[in-house]
Ligand binder design. Structure first.
Ligand SMILES: C[S@@+](CC[C@H](N)C(=O)[O-])C[C@H]1O[C@@H](n2cnc3c(N)ncnc32)[C@H](O)[C@@H]1O
Length: 256
């Protein structure tokens, strides 16, 4: 696999990176992921063939239509496949929590490496503070005789920390589950399992430890990235906030 990929640029020459994009992407960005969607997108005939055999469910097939054909298939554990100081924006949403806690700073240093001085990093992760407050509210409002909703609150918080098989895979038939397990591995290997969680204090500390400056918690609509709202990466098609349980933080790579 080649080390560096060619960067796509906007007409104003900006290069924007969306790392661990999943199926949430914009055509003008350089979208990077190693998911099954990214791996098979360049081989749509395989997808259509598997669909015909009934090995790809319709909801899963619909996800393929959201993936840009020029998505870059790359395992970010190998670094970011672009040269130093070449990109204007690094964005990742719900990726950092999939990286081992002890590797998170190294990964942010890698984000810093590819950013031009003055470039913006924007990161969204599940907000531990919101999740913890949700748990406290739920236990206060629940009774010992009716714990179904409360169990669900706990499951939503913990499932991705412990489950060996991704939930989306569990919904597939037994043969597909087996094939995916053999070909791709368990939930940790495919980047589905959560390795850590962050809140506004620890995320800021991590940004600082990686040398970023001017850290700011921002809303889904707020950004120092020019024309951010036109890309619709943190909003749903109906205009509502995407993944409202998130905390979003931005910072700048200084000139040194
Ligand atoms: C929870 S999804 C988030 C997708 C999208 N950014 C969003 O906010 O909906 C995490 C994504 O990170 C990708 N990912 C995790 N580890 C990765 C790695 N080492 N290299 C490339 N992609 C990775 C997964 O494949 C998955 O698509």
């Amino acid at each position: 696999m080649k080390r560096f990929h060619v960067l796509k640029r906007l007409p104003d020459q900006r290069a924007l990176l969306n790392l661990g994009c999943g199926t949430k992407m914009h055509e003008a960005w350089n979208n990077v992921d190693f998911s099954v969607y990214a791996r098979l997108r360049q081989h749509m005939w395989v997808v259509l063939f598997l669909r015909r055999l009934g090995l790809i469910s319709e909801p899963r097939f619909a996800q393929f239509s959201l993936v840009e054909p020029d998505i870059i298939t790359w395992n970010l554990a190998r670094g970011i496949p672009f040269p130093d100081r070449t990109v204007d924006v690094v964005y990742h949403s719900h990726l950092l929590e999939h990286i081992d806690r002890e590797d998170a700073r190294t990964f942010l240093l890698e984000c810093r490496r590819v950013l031009k001085p003055g470039g913006v990093i924007r990161v969204a992760v599940p907000d531990l503070e919101k999740w913890a407050n949700g748990y406290i509210r739920s236990i206060a409002e629940s009774t010992a005789t009716d714990v179904v909703d409360h169990e669900q609150v706990i499951a939503d918080l913990l499932v991705q920390l412990v489950q060996r098989e991704p939930t989306t895979r569990k919904l597939q038939n037994a043969l597909v589950r087996w094939l995916e397990r053999v070909a791709l591995g368990d939930s940790a290997k495919v980047g589905w399992r959560h390795r850590w969680m962050y809140d506004r204090l620890t995320l800021r500390a991590l940004f600082r430890a990686a040398g970023f400056e001017e850290c700011q918690v921002v809303s889904a609509w707020e950004s120092r990235i020019k024309e951010w709202n036109q890309f619709r990466l943190d909003i749903e098609t109906d205009g509502s906030e995407y993944k409202p349980e998130s905390i979003r933080m931005e910072a700048i790579r200084s000139s040194n």
